[in-house]
Write a protein of this length. Structure first.
Length: 639
């Protein structure tokens, strides 16, 4: 009897332990899946330094921050695309990683493409707006009727294992490698030692990201380490429309303390003062050289630009040797980073030799030359590139105090290669990253990162060669696209419209000296299709502007260049990838009157996308620098 009772008790104990284990597992699972509904500020190692997981509020409608409505102090029309994004606020996104793509330019370097499983792990604090928010922090978007939503596309094409185009005629390839966090090599022991002794006081915790909303992490295609099997990224399951991106930007501008440094200095106070002046910018009639319809608010842009010209100082780190640092390629599709580095280092107006006087500190590396120099052909791995940049930052932090005092939030980099999001993760993730691969799904943070225009420069000696195009009356082709059919979008585009007599939709065009055939088509088409390949970015966006063709962007989750300032919906058409079957009806539904107006605006905005051997006011060099300046200003608190 006693033995039976003992066995019964043991059985009951086992059941109780099993029940407790199941309950604990359920609690852990619930907490894991509930994370998107809470405010979680984590470092790249999982949690914030204090290990806390406070609550996140979902995002609000356009023109609102949480429950605080922002008045129309920008003296501009509210957007009529006030789409709710409360559900988006409950998502996470794959961050810190990129789906790389590079070109084979005959130098013997065959590119490899990477995909990642690593979630972003960063969530922003969408706390109620401070009473000090100016009434100017309102939705300032001009009414844009270019974003079109249509029926879902059935039977989406499978990914094709083809080379990505380097430009309209040349190839840009892609392979997959494992880029999970565990694949990262350890930091050099010497650098580790120097880093551990460089501070007597702990560095401040990385500043929270601006009021951005990260989306659900959807990793569609990942290869096992060393497999080397080419795969393409699949369609994103969560799509952020342009109106929703506008909301995210609005929230980030209203987030007063995101990125604020923990030290007080004259430079910091200057930035705070600049922010106040920009927020209270007065409407002005003197907009010489500027066309109000192109901007979210022309008065705000004008005041911010004036302040940049009068006060901005940039310190350029001397560390880093050529070829990776202090230079870049000045032609091809990655020319943006090369031109910016060249013009920044030669600039006498903004550059200071005294880092104590600098509002921004520049890390002058070329992501393209990093790939050409260090990537091991057919290795299917970029971990050595990532480690190289990690060690570079460790060297900077060990030698200078500036990185540690702000956790790098007042530092910036300009990188156009498609692998740049991966190369700049880790330490560099807290800096302002100007990236051509501005994909929300791979961790591009609206309000903290800057979308860098990808400019295909035909001639380094004459970057303005062939600029311009025909007037609307002489553009007889409805729409034009030509390029490699890699990725999932372009095959669908060609399948639906490749034989339409009103449109010229091609695969790769025959190579002609100077791309004359391609350029002629752009100059004679009403609309130029900018369809994503393996990645969201494409040089066609700037090419269309360069040749005065109204651009049609088909690239979900792509943040357009200079997004902080320009009202893209006033001069470009955005078509969701799922609406490709409706493309022709969308374009022909645009009235001739509206088309002529959009064409005029494309010509007006062109000045912001041009490189000059000697920078001129409002050109691409100044506009990139301004976006970085503007982003930094709105990362600090208001006095």
């Amino acid at each position: 009897m006693d033995e039976s009772f003992r066995q019964l008790c043991q059985a009951q104990s086992r059941r109780l332990l099993l029940l407790m284990a199941v309950t604990l597992a359920l609690v852990v699972a619930v907490q894991y899946f509930e994370l998107p509904y809470t405010k979680v500020f984590t470092s790249n190692y999982g949690t914030s330094k204090n290990g806390s997981f406070p609550t996140e509020r979902s995002s609000s409608k356009s023109g609102m921050v949480d429950n605080v409505t922002l008045s129309n102090g920008f003296h501009s029309k509210h957007t009529e695309n006030g789409a709710e994004i409360s559900n988006i606020g409950k998502q996470t996104v794959r961050g810190n990683e990129s789906e790389g793509k590079i070109n084979n330019t005959g130098n013997g370097c065959v590119p490899e493409k990477a995909s990642s499983k690593e979630p972003c792990g960063l969530f922003s604090d969408l706390s109620p707006s401070d009473n000090r928010i100016s009434s100017n922090m309102s939705s300032v978007l001009e009414n844009g009727d270019s974003v079109v939503h249509g029926p879902s596309l059935d039977g989406a094409s499978k990914h094709q294992n083809v080379t990505k185009d380097h430009n309209p005629s040349y190839g840009r390839g892609g392979f997959v490698d494992d880029l999970s966090p565990t694949a990262l090599p350890p930091m050099d022991s010497k650098l580790r030692s120097s880093k551990s002794s460089m501070n007597t006081s702990p560095a401040p915790a990385p500043a929270p990201a601006p009021a951005n909303v990260y989306l659900k992490n959807t990793v569609a295609s990942v290869s096992k380490k060393g497999s080397g099997k080419p795969k393409s990224k699949m369609q994103p399951k969560v799509v952020v429309s342009i109106p929703e991106m506008n909301d995210l930007l609005l929230q980030s501008l209203a987030s007063l303390h995101a990125g604020a440094s923990t030290w007080s200095s004259k430079v910091q106070q200057e930035v705070i003062s600049a922010k106040s002046q920009i927020m209270h910018a007065l409407d002005t009639k003197d907009n010489s050289g500027l066309y109000p319809s192109l901007y979210r608010n022309v008065s705000v842009f004008k005041r911010s630009y004036e302040l940049m010209e009068s006060m901005l100082k940039v310190y350029i780190y001397k560390e880093g040797k050529k070829p990776i640092f202090h230079q870049g390629k000045l032609d091809g599709i990655y020319a943006s980073e090369g031109w910016f580095i060249k013009l920044m280092e030669a600039n006498k107006r903004f550059v200071t030799e005294d880092p104590e006087k600098a509002h921004l500190l520049f890390l002058p590396f070329s992501s393209r030359l990093l790939e050409l120099t260090l990537y091991v052909r057919k290795s299917h791995s970029r971990t050595n590139l990532i480690e190289y940049m990690r060690n570079y930052v460790d060297t900077i932090a060990a030698k200078h105090p500036f990185w540690n005092r702000s956790s790098g939030s007042d530092h910036f980099l300009v990188a156009c290669h498609d692998w740049a999001p991966a190369e700049t993760r880790g330490h560099l993730l807290n800096s302002i990253r100007a990236l051509c691969n501005a994909d929300i799904e791979v961790g591009f943070n609206i309000g903290k990162d800057v979308s860098l225009p990808e400019t295909y420069v035909l001639s380094a000696k004459d970057p303005l060669k062939s600029k311009g195009g025909n007037p609307p009356s002489e553009r007889h082709i409805l729409a034009f696209f030509a390029g490699q059919t890699h990725g999932y979008v372009r095959p669908i585009l060609l399948n639906h419209w490749g034989k339409d007599p009103d449109m010229k939709i091609f695969g790769p065009m025959p190579q002609v000296k100077g791309n004359k055939n391609y350029i002629d088509h752009m100059k004679n088409s009403k609309f130029c299709i900018c369809a994503r390949g393996f990645e969201v970015n494409s040089p066609r966006v700037v090419e269309a502007i360069f040749y005065e063709c109204v651009l049609v962007i088909i690239s979900d989750n792509f943040v357009p260049p200079l997004f902080e300032i320009l009202n893209w919906e006033s001069f470009a058409v955005f078509v969701l990838e799922k609406d490709i079957p409706n493309l022709k009806s969308i374009l022909v539904s645009i009235s001739e009157e509206r088309y002529v107006e959009m064409h005029k605006r494309v010509k007006m905005v062109q000045q912001h996308f041009l490189w000059h051997a000697e920078p001129v006011k409002y050109d691409l060099f100044h506009m990139i620098l301004h976006s970085i300046w503007y982003t930094r200003v709105f990362q600090v608190g208001t006095a």
